[in-house]
Design a binder for this molecule. Structure first.
Ligand code: MLT
Length: 277
């Protein structure tokens, strides 16, 4: 398969049947190929600013991961391996052999799993506000409680509880449009999709042992005020992944790509440029 950009005429927002479920995606622009993997419980619209900027000289694919956005929910846990294999299947369908893979938080868990399963398909890697460790026992219990709450009460309560952890206090105080946007994404997630992702994340493997084997150029980004995946988690990945760079975005918490989209985009574009990706 040729590793070449496609022309603008092939740009597409669409749905595709991959591994038995329907996945929604955006596939826009032309140039070196980048895939953006969103966090939990969000959807591909979280990448709006990145798609707008990157697609000026890249081909950008942003899928809704299974159970999120407009993609179908499959029965049982949505494991990180399922999601990584979904992405590989979607790349096959869209004729994308190799990519720069960018994942934020749960998207980062999927990106690491993708690296483990398909290292030859990773041209470069960006891990944002994420971690390599698996869940602690306490973390697993919290996910089980959150799953029960999502099924019993819907996503409103989850969104309410998560917002102050996702956003920096300054964002909450001064950027109501961001608070609304992040809340709306969470509330739009189907409770069954959220539950499947919570179960999948609880089961995910500890990826620390494979970090030193990652040979793709890697950029690690974290908000200085991220408390869900604090900078220590990013520093660990930075130490283990040879030649990686670490960018700390001041004033952002967990959704650094939305809270500080300009700084995030600058870091991403400089990295892509420096690595010919
Ligand atoms: C995310 O933003 O994807 C989640 O906070 C990840 C997690 O719950 O571990």
């Amino acid at each position: 398969m040729p590793d070449s950009p496609i022309g603008k005429e092939e740009n597409k927002h669409g749905k595709a049947r991959v591994r038995g479920i329907e996945l929604a995606y955006e596939d826009v622009g032309a140039g070196p190929q980048v895939v953006l993997l969103h966090g939990y419980p969000f959807n591909r619209t979280m990448w709006r600013e990145q798609v707008a900027q990157l697609s000026q000289n890249h081909r950008v694919m942003a899928p809704d991961l299974r159970g999120h956005g407009e993609s179908e929910v499959a029965p049982g846990p949505a494991t990180m391996e399922d999601m990584a294999r979904d992405i590989a299947g979607l790349m096959d369908l869209r004729r994308i052999p190799r990519v720069t893979i960018v994942g934020l938080s749960m998207g980062g868990y999927v990106a690491l799993e993708f690296c483990r399963l398909f290292p030859a398909r990773v041209r470069a890697l960006v891990l944002a506000d994420t971690r390599a460790q698996g869940d602690t026992e306490e973390g697993k219990q919290n996910r089980a409680a959150q799953a029960e709450k999502a099924l019993a009460e819907g996503m409103e309560g989850i969104a309410y509880a998560m917002l102050p952890k996702l956003l920096a206090p300054e964002t909450v105080a001064k950027r109501p449009e961001i608070v609304r946007r992040v809340r709306d994404m969470m509330v739009q997630t189907k409770p069954e999709g959220a539950v499947a992702a919570l179960q999948g994340m609880a089961q995910r493997r500890d990826q620390r042992p494979m970090l030193s084997g990652i040979s793709a150029p890697t950029l690690i980004i974290v908000g200085s005020e991220d408390t869900l995946t604090p900078h220590e988690d990013s520093e660990l990945m930075h130490r283990e992944i040879g030649g990686s760079s670490l960018k700390i975005i001041e004033g952002a918490a967990h959704v650094s790509n939305i809270e500080r989209s300009e700084e995030f985009n600058d870091a991403l574009l400089n990295f892509l440029h420096d690595n010919g990706a």
